[in-house]
Design a protein around this ligand. Structure first.
Ligand SMILES: [Zn+2]
Length: 472
């Protein structure tokens, strides 16, 4: 779905004008407004309109905008949705879900407030729904496996990202469906790692094998945490982190590489498009699986453990994928940008100013970049590559890239010098897929690993030469 940015800007403009005219933005001048507007413009392309509104309200104006559902009458509720289709796009709309209760977790907050989290699963995915106080007590004894019908809505408690809350609210309901009326729903089953990476459920039980175990590490706050990688029956792998110190210690002492374990009540976590598993506060546990189930022995794939093997035709926004691909074309764009010299900033610098740090001391650093199209033999996809992978691909370092480009001064001519080196060759690739919102909304894959398949390319070259010779 395309976003009309002009319309959005107009809305924000109107919003702020109203806030000012009604005296809610005391001391705000046109200058301040103009400055904000510049700031929003850069954010417009990555945030939902609701998130922008809230950003303005909370960060800039110090006021709270209520974004919870408007009272809607029953007729306006959406029809049944499948859990896999639930998304922030349905925000503030009423929806209905029929699903099995996959899990019931009860507890108290530090302030002694009762809560019950009921994880629903309809066979397409899972979603938690949380109840507080009297409702928490009311639903605490609900049985795992029963089918419930929920009329609720999707709320967006976060500034950004695709996380959402599913709530019942004043106008909804949460009812156990009578057996005679219950639709056919699959029994609750464990997801595979591939399904976890694709569906990103908030609740995960997983029987798996430990394939890598790190020494205990420490967070910035000095708390011990465990990190390890596991694989499942299909041989897919995923990283796991346990931030609950007692559980981390217990895991580290009890389990080793090769052990089959049950990760009980973990949660999938997405950071920079990498899906990993993490403990759910202190509600998670790691259990011995006895007898040890037969799971394949697979080799730990390093950073790629969190990527999923996929054909390019199947990739979608947010995926982290592994595939074998051939570069079909390099775009004639400037092969580097001026990067902020501050550690781990990576932002661009224009006229001595960084978008994040402001005025910077020292010279900007050339950061190589490359874009084009890649194919897995069936589907073409746009790619981008940044940093040292570009250096490896082109065979020269960042400073040489800058020097050579600056000497030529023209992107097309520069890129042509490297076309033969890169184009038409096959590589083992990993990368994260994103919707390129700034450019037509196409999918773009940011490659973070590109290993040439040397032998394969040598053979391809040999065969190509033989064909050419035979034709000559
Ligand atoms: Zn910076």
């Amino acid at each position: 779905m395309a976003i009309n940015y002009d319309e959005l800007k107009k809305n924000i403009h109107e919003f702020i004008k109203t806030e000012i005219s009604e005296g809610r933005l005391e001391g705000t001048s046109d200058d301040v407004y103009a400055e904000w507007h510049e700031d929003f413009k850069t954010k417009l392309r990555i945030m939902s309109d609701n998130a922008i509104m809230r950003f303005i309200a909370t960060q800039k104006c110090g006021i709270k905008v209520h974004t919870s559902i408007e009272p809607v009458d029953g007729a306006e509720f959406r029809k049944e949705v499948k859990i896999k289709d639930m998304s922030l796009a349905m925000k503030k709309k009423g929806i209905e879900v029929t699903a099995r209760v996959a899990r019931v977790d009860t507890g108290k907050t530090k302030k002694e407030k009762d809560f019950t989290t009921i994880t629903l699963d309809d066979g397409t995915g899972s979603v938690p729904i949380k109840f507080w106080n009297e409702e928490a007590l009311k639903y605490a004894s609900i049985q795992k496996g029963v089918i419930v019908h929920v009329r609720g809505y999707i709320d967006d408690p976060f500034m950004d990202g695709d996380q959402f809350d599913f709530k019942v609210g004043k106008f909804g309901h949460f009812e156990v469906v009578d057996d005679s009326e219950a639709p056919e729903l699959p029994d609750i089953k464990e997801p595979t790692i591939a399904e976890i990476k694709t569906n990103r459920p908030k609740h995960v039980d997983l029987t798996c094998k430990i394939i890598k175990k790190d020494e205990l590490k420490e967070t910035k706050n000095g708390k011990k945490y465990a990190s390890f990688a596991v694989s499942d029956a299909e041989g897919e792998q995923i990283f796991v982190k346990i931030f609950d110190e007692p559980l981390a210690n217990k895991f580290f002492k009890t389990f080793n590489v090769g052990d089959a374990i049950l990760l009980d009540n973990f949660s999938s976590n997405v950071w920079k498009n990498l899906v990993s598993l993490q403990n759910n506060w202190d509600k998670s546990s790691v259990k011995q699986v006895t007898p040890q189930v037969a799971l394949p022995v697979v080799e730990y794939k390093g950073k790629g453990a969190n990527a999923i093997e996929k054909d390019l035709v199947d990739v979608k926004d947010g995926d982290n994928v592994r595939f074998v691909g051939m570069f079909t074309r390099l775009y004639a764009t400037k092969p580097y940008y001026d990067m902020c010299p501050n550690d781990k900033c990576y932002k661009g610098v224009t006229d001595g100013f960084c978008a994040k740090c402001g005025e910077v001391e020292g010279d900007p650093i050339p950061r190589p970049r490359l874009g084009g199209t890649i194919t897995d033999g069936e589907t073409n996809l746009k790619f981008s590559i940044m940093g040292d992978i570009v250096e490896t691909l082109l065979g020269i370092n960042a400073n040489q890239i800058k020097e050579q480009f600056d000497a030529i001064g023209e992107a097309k001519a520069f890129i042509e010098n490297f076309a033969d080196r890169v184009q038409g060759k096959w590589y083992r690739c990993e990368g994260s897929v994103k919707l390129d919102k700034a450019y037509r909304g196409d999918l773009d894959i940011m490659l973070n690993k590109v290993d040439e398949i040397v032998e394969f390319n040598a053979q391809t070259k040999k065969i190509t030469e033989e064909i050419k010779e035979s034709l000559a």
